[in-house]
Design a protein around this ligand. Structure first.
Ligand SMILES: Nc1ncnc2c1ncn2[C@@H]1O[C@H](COP(=O)(O)OP(=O)(O)OP(=O)(O)O)[C@@H](O)[C@H]1O
Ligand SMILES: [Mg+2]
Length: 471
């Protein structure tokens, strides 16, 4: 790993203050040399627009009209390895859309403009997902598997040419890195029975991503729904992951003020625009120069997000806050912080000896191997669901009794409906039972789909999804 800058070192020490259960020895390991060269990620003039119909389909006159909605407007940023960038902003400001745009998950409904560069090399849109790992906001893990099993199956689905021993070692090292070793044999848990805690579930979702050794990790609101202590621990953990020569970009709502120094870069979004992006110290100076001081004893994150948000409760407020937001955005775009960031993008594009694009390990196993792993994983998960197994058995038993009851009373007299009875019973026997299987398939579709998004490009999943949805 490259030597830590004094500023990074201070940040690292600050972060240590807030991690109670994160193992210090793993933190020390993070100072070990990483063989990969440092990398940088830049987004240049990213804009996203969608064309929407003005009214609902039952109001034909307005339904025929369309309007164009700008969801992201000319967003540029630059992050280097070792840094963690927090994206703040009020709800609907475009944080998730920006992550989707950068990670290549954005749909084809709208028009995406702008470019993403990694190490100064332009990424093709189909390459985005081979480079970046994305942790979704919701965890969709199978409830009856243990943490270790979840990671082992994920590794088996993601990595080819790895022996069982190598996968075991990989899983152990990722669990150690994310402080999950103490819950390795605990089940994930679900709504009706207890398992690991919410923070640990989030860490398992992050661990699933780390198995592929990504250099860039994007996380959408990893702390939402967690108590503030656990949320802090997650952010500190992410800062540590970034320190290991990775780039971490995270969207976050209402971080605690103690995290101010943990972030290397803070971006504030409002109405699809990047109102500010810079170091935490620069943020305080910048807003003070704009005339928006953070009062003493207030959380700067909350205050600056308030200053830049558009209040839509009344048209007067909306106009006033919109103007304020634009004023701050214009000041940012005229500031030295913005120009230095643009300079870094240009510098990375112009450097002569550009490092290679750090793709994730793409050695995904064949379709049949994946199907076999998915079947084993699903069978293990289902077989541990005692209530589910009992219900399925009793459901089939009761259904069988009904069929037997009808078969016993079948009449042979054609005039009394013998043919219709037989057709009815055949229809019921063939028609009803597949529904049970279909319902199971629907229930398991989400976790399997999420898992495959982790592992393969989204479009691959859409077009070749059959192995994942088999139950
Ligand atoms: N494909 C789309 N079509 C139409 N509108 C969209 C599309 N994607 C996003 N939007 C709209 O863009 C805005 C920004 O959405 P986004 O999910 O990025 O916000 P966010 O900042 O992540 O909000 P939150 O904090 O609530 O998660 C929202 O108003 C959303 O409805
Ligand atoms: Mg969001």
């Amino acid at each position: 790993m490259q030597a830590l800058e004094p500023e990074d070192r201070t940040r690292a020490h600050e972060s240590l203050k807030y991690m109670s259960d994160v193992k210090r020895d793993v933190w020390r390991d993070s100072k070990e040399e990483r063989s990969e060269p440092p990398c940088c990620l830049s987004g240049s003039n990213i804009s996203y627009t969608v064309s929407e119909r003005v009214g609902p389909w039952w109001d034909l006159s307005s339904y025929r009209k369309r309007w164009t909605r700008q969801i992201l407007n000319d967003v540029s940023f630059h992050v280097e390895s070792g840094q963690i960038m927090g994206i703040l902003g009020n709800s609907g400001s475009g944080k998730t859309t920006l992550l989707d745009a950068v990670s290549g998950r954005i749909g084809h409904r709208g028009t995406l403009l702008g470019e993403v560069f990694i190490n100064g090399r332009k990424l093709k849109r189909e390459e985005y997902q081979d480079c970046f790992s994305y942790v979704l906001q919701s965890d969709n893990l199978l409830s009856y598997l243990t943490v270790e099993e979840t990671l082992t199956y994920t590794a088996q689905l993601a990595l080819r040419n790895h022996s069982a021993d190598a996968i075991k070692k990989k899983v152990s090292s990722v669990m150690a890195e994310l402080s999950l070793s103490h819950v390795a044999h605990s089940v994930i848990g679900g709504r009706v029975f207890p398992g690991i805690s919410g923070g640990e579930r989030r860490r398992v979702s992050i661990a699933c991503q780390l198995l592929q050794d990504p250099r860039v990790i994007l996380l959408d609101e990893p702390t939402t729904g967690l108590d503030s202590m656990t949320a802090n621990q997650i952010v500190v953990l992410l800062a540590q992951l970034a320190q290991r020569n990775r780039i971490v970009i995270v969207t976050i709502h209402q971080p605690r003020s103690e995290l101010f120094k943990v972030f290397s870069r803070i971006a504030i979004m409002s109405r699809g625009e990047l109102v500010f992006c810079g170091q935490p110290e620069e943020m305080v100076d910048f807003f003070s120069q704009c005339g928006y001081e953070c009062p003493e004893y207030c959380n700067p994150f909350d205050i600056y997000v308030d200053f830049t948000s558009v209040d839509t409760r009344s048209s007067e407020r909306e106009a006033a806050t919109f103007n304020r937001m634009h004023e701050i955005t214009s000041s940012y775009q005229g500031s030295a912080i913005y120009h230095s960031m643009l300079g870094k993008i240009v510098q990375s594009l112009q450097q002569e000896d550009k490092p290679a694009i750090p793709f994730k390990s793409k050695e995904s196993p064949s379709g049949s191997a994946k199907l076999e792993v998915l079947l084993r994983r699903t069978v293990r998960n289902l077989s541990r669901d005692r209530m589910g197994v009992l219900m399925r058995l009793s459901q089939n038993l009761i259904y069988g009794l009904f069929v037997a009851f009808f078969v016993m009373r079948l009449d042979n007299d054609v005039s009394k409906g013998a043919v219709q009875d037989r057709i009815g019973i055949i229809y019921q026997s063939i028609g009803a039972s597949p529904y049970t299987g279909m319902l199971n398939a629907v229930a398991l579709c989400k976790p399997n789909k999420q898992l495959d998004i982790y592992l393969t490009p989204f479009h691959w999943y859409v077009t070749k999804s059959w192995p994942s949805t088999v139950t």
